[in-house]
Design a protein around this ligand. Structure first.
Ligand SMILES: Nc1ncnc2c1ncn2[C@@H]1O[C@H](COP(=O)(O)OP(=O)(O)O)[C@@H](O)[C@H]1O
Ligand SMILES: [Mg+2]
Length: 339
């Protein structure tokens, strides 16, 4: 095809627990759920990403996995498939030019050295020649518009699917970092549990996610409340399909304990932040990124808990990818990128 010149064969990849995003030429070219579907008996991969999503829980033959679930590589081989397929989807390797692909890959900060090495090797096998990695909170900070090289403390809270990552960043380094396995997936589980207890109804996780996005909230008083959500599932007692209306106050209640755990993790991180950086954070406030930042009233709730200003990064679902893209442009300048 020859569409891509020798010099701009560069990709930034945000390998998220819920969504993976690839940036090419400063544009998001791939934005897919981090899901792989494969045949249970032959182990052959059937689909990756958006195509794999509807197969979740709908067939006895097909198993779907989220290889990065929980912020670690839960399924090694399938993670490799995911990385390979994300690179292939860009069509970048179809070019007849000799492979010279340069990549920055954003990895969850809970990933081990062995896993990190596996990610690198997989990208190499898929054609990448020069690879750097970046930890998720650092990419989130850059994507939120923070100049991470300055001698100035900033706190970022990235709430994704599997983990909430809380970090204080200064002078191109992560000074304090807390990662807890409380994020979007747990919110979904909270909704499933709530519907079972309160409405005697089983709902599937994708339905719970839909409810969370439609009427999810972190506070029980919203100035601009969303419309109630029509929710379908199976009645526990009768076994019959049924529907109920769910409002945001119910979901705020369902998510309360999980949100409180994130708040506590923020307080704990602030409590171990060196005083100089704490005064910077007092001035700069806290930055929220990741899909969880979109939960209604979360900024407000964290703000009243910490007495700090809370900013939501622009397009928070893509903040980490954007930051990874900026890191790619500063491939040689950002010494904190992992070789
Ligand atoms: N409007 C919304 N309100 C609440 N949660 C949301 C919203 N939109 C997306 N999410 C959640 O954000 C999570 C995905 O965020 P993302 O930052 O892409 O995660 P990751 O980096 O782990 O892949 C999912 O759990 C999803 O349900
Ligand atoms: Mg992420």
């Amino acid at each position: 095809m020859g569409l891509f010149s020798f010099f701009n064969r560069e990709l930034a990849m945000d390998l998220g627990t819920a969504n993976s995003i690839v940036i090419y030429n400063d544009q998001v070219v791939i934005d897919e759920p981090s899901i792989v579907a494969y045949n249970r008996s032959t182990q052959k991969v059937i689909a990756v990403g958006r195509e794999a999503q509807p197969m979740e829980g709908r067939s006895a033959e097909i198993e779907t996995v989220r290889p990065l679930r929980g912020g670690v590589i839960a399924h090694f081989e399938m993670a490799q498939h995911l990385i390979r397929e994300l690179i292939n989807m860009t069509n970048i390797n179809r070019s007849f030019l000799p492979p010279s692909l340069r990549m920055v890959i954003c990895i969850p900060s809970g990933i081990t050295d062995v896993e990190q090495k596996a990610v690198r090797e997989t990208a190499e096998q898929a054609g990448a020649k020069e690879i750097r990695m970046i930890h998720e909170p650092m990419a989130a900070a850059i994507g939120a518009g923070i100049d991470v090289l300055q001698p100035e403390g900033h706190m970022v809270v990235d709430i994704g699917g599997g983990t909430a990552e809380i970090a204080v960043i200064s002078l191109g380094g992560i000074v304090c970092n807390t990662s807890i396995k409380v994020a979007g997936d747990e919110f979904n589980d909270n909704v499933v549990d709530y519907m079972r207890r309160q409405h005697n109804m089983y709902i599937a996780v994708p339905t719970a996610e839909h409810v969370k996005i439609a009427v999810g909230a972190a506070v029980s008083e919203l100035a601009d409340p969303p419309e109630d959500c029509h929710t379908t599932g199976r009645d526990i007692l009768t076994g019959l399909p049924k529907a109920v209306m769910v409002n945001y106050k119910e979901i705020a209640h369902a998510l309360d304990k999980s949100v409180a755990r994130i708040e506590q993790a923020i307080l704990d991180t602030l409590a171990v932040t060196p005083p100089e950086l704490a005064s910077d954070i007092y001035k700069n406030g806290i930055y929220l990124a990741g899909g969880g930042a979109l939960l209604r009233g979360l900024d407000q709730r964290i703000s009243s808990k910490t007495k700090l200003e809370v900013h939501i990064a622009e397009d928070p679902l893509r903040a980490v990818a954007r930051g990874t893209g900026i890191a790619l442009r500063n491939f040689n300048k950002f010494a904190f990128l992992i070789r």
